[in-house]
Ligand binder design. Structure first.
Ligand code: HEC
Ligand code: HEC
Ligand code: HEC
Ligand code: HEC
Ligand code: HEC
Ligand code: HEC
Length: 335
């Protein structure tokens, strides 16, 4: 990628419109939209008591499991960070489970033999207290009892987790560090937290989409908001100074300012969801991420690389052959 040292100002929003005005107008617009729509909308959207009780237990249970438990538990697929929850209601009473789920540590500290045994078996992992009502725990247990064997795979969970995380912290981008174009393959900046893909995506095999949930449905794969990390780090490795940074960001409700590694020039448009839904593996373009302790740009991501894959697909796939040059037209990638 040779750009002759141009320093392009990247902006994800409108172009050809002075940056300071854009920012200001966006803010004014956001406030207006909030005033006009926000207040009545939030009233309208706020869950009403009768709506909550009308929710089907199994679907409510599934939603809770997918957003709060699946990172650490499977149902019938073996141990993850915590025990396989298949048959858990035959191992403990529902009363015990309710106490445990809401505060595992205090149940252990009270001298409960089953809790002490679990803690010993799973150390150093510990379960974070889950703020769930009795009804909600009942719903999760009902879901666990009737869940198909494949439940609890990261695949199904990533979406759900993504949605709830996304609605909390919609716009991940304004906080994200940008660099000028020109550096490319091999670029490996220091990050504010020593996050390791080798540990999370390699050793622990957490699905890419669990964290980069944007990749399936939008242009951007996105970087996970802090609350996705907190699904585990609320309890896991709390005394690590690196994890303390996550906890601090979460408590202060501030995003972590990750430095962006991959950057295409402004005149190119790239869309993740098109590629992910066509079955192109992340590793094809990003290299051997599950072995990267520190993230780096593994491939050049030049026009030549895009085109050579597109040409191959164009030749192999009858569907694209009928639409001559759909994958090769300049306008597809350049505006
Ligand atoms: C951060 C990872 C993590 C999350 C998230 C988590 N758990 Fe756990 N869970 C564990 C660990 C680890 C244990 C083993 C006990 C310990 O060391 O804390 C455990 C134990 C359990 C047990 C006892 C199981 C048995 O076989 O005896 C139940 C029940 C349980 N968890 C339910 C849940 C539910 C329900 C959720 C979601 C609402 C949840 N957990 C979320 C990590 C987690
Ligand atoms: C066909 C190539 C290709 C595939 C497949 C691909 N990416 Fe990317 N990815 C890119 C390019 C090119 C960029 C830089 C985009 C830019 O600067 O606008 C990028 C950027 C990113 C970023 C930075 C944030 C962003 O959204 O721009 C993340 C995170 C990412 N990719 C993760 C993934 C994950 C996870 C997958 C698989 C689910 C994946 N990518 C699949 C080419 C690809
Ligand atoms: C599914 C659970 C899970 C999620 C989600 C998760 N982590 Fe972790 N992470 C772990 C576990 C477990 C370890 C500790 C592994 C060990 O040392 O045995 C760990 C270790 C770490 C460490 C190393 C701590 C140390 O000092 O050894 C850092 C830093 C870290 N995670 C950052 C993050 C960040 C940032 C996120 C969010 C983007 C995140 N993690 C999301 C489970 C998770
Ligand atoms: C536990 C959450 C988590 C998982 C799982 C995860 N990532 Fe990431 N990913 C992150 C975080 C946090 C960053 C930003 C920090 C960094 O670059 O290391 C990131 C950054 C990236 C980037 C660089 C984006 C940029 O700045 O241009 C790529 C590419 C990427 N991830 C791809 C993947 C792929 C491919 C997988 C699956 C093999 C994966 N990730 C799994 C959390 C995760
Ligand atoms: C490893 C193969 C591969 C690489 C590398 C690749 N693509 Fe693609 N691209 C695909 C596939 C597969 C499709 C979807 C084809 C289809 O819809 O039938 C696609 C579709 C697209 C489309 C949508 C075309 C349309 O009209 O639907 C755009 C735009 C695009 N790619 C841009 C890029 C850019 C920019 C790069 C380089 C940064 C790139 N691609 C690299 C495989 C690749
Ligand atoms: C599949 C996507 C794709 C298609 C199709 C495509 N380009 Fe590109 N183009 C890129 C990417 C990615 C870059 C930026 C990386 C680089 O400079 O190699 C780029 C860069 C460029 C540049 C700037 C080079 C520089 O050094 O700054 C020019 C000029 C260009 N393309 C012209 C074209 C023309 C003309 C066509 C049609 C014949 C075309 N492109 C078709 C993806 C594409």
């Amino acid at each position: 990628m040779s750009n002759g040292g141009k320093t392009a100002h990247r902006n994800l929003f409108a172009k050809g419109y002075p940056a300071h005005l854009r920012k200001k107008h966006r803010r004014v617009l956001a406030i207006l939209v909030f005033v006009v729509l926000g207040a009545p909308l939030s009233l309208w959207l706020a869950p009403k008591p009768h709506m909550l009780s009308a929710v089907e237990p199994s679907s409510a249970g599934k939603d809770i499991f997918s957003s709060k438990c699946v990172a650490c538990h499977s149902i019938g697929e073996g141990k993850k960070i915590g025990p396989d929850l298949k048959g858990v209601t035959t191992r403990h009473s529902k009363e015990w489970i309710k106490k445990f789920v809401r505060n595992p540590q205090s149940l252990k500290d009270s001298g409960d033999a089953a809790a002490i045994k679990l803690f010993a078996e799973f150390a150093p992992m510990v379960m974070a207290p889950q703020e769930l009502s009795d009804t909600e725990v009942d719903a999760v247990l009902a879901y666990i009892e009737q869940a198909p064997a494949s439940a609890g795979s990261m695949e199904t969970a990533s979406r759900k987790n993504g949605e709830s995380a996304q609605s909390k912290e919609k716009d991940l981008w304004p906080y994200y560090g940008w660099r000028g174009i020109g550096e490319s393959k091999g670029y490996m900046p220091d990050q504010p937290i020593a996050f390791s893909h080798k540990l999370h995506a390699g050793t622990m095999k957490i699905n890419c989409l669990y964290c980069h949930f944007g990749a399936e449905k939008s242009r951007h794969a996105g970087i996970p908001p802090v609350n996705v990390c907190m699904n585990c780090h609320q309890a896991v490795k709390r005394d690590s100074p690196e994890v303390q940074k996550i906890i601090k960001a979460f408590q202060e409700n501030k995003p972590i300012e990750w430095i962006k590694v991959h950057n295409l020039p402004d005149h190119v448009q790239f869309n993740h969801s098109v590629h992910v839904n066509a079955g192109v593996d992340c590793l094809k373009c990003h290299g051997d991420v599950p072995h990267m302790v520190k993230m780096r740009q593994a491939k050049k991501l030049t026009m030549g690389e895009c085109i050579s894959c597109h040409r191959e697909i164009h030749q192999k796939n009858p569907a694209t052959r009928n639409q001559p040059n759909r994958l090769l037209d300049c306008a597809n990638c350049h505006h």
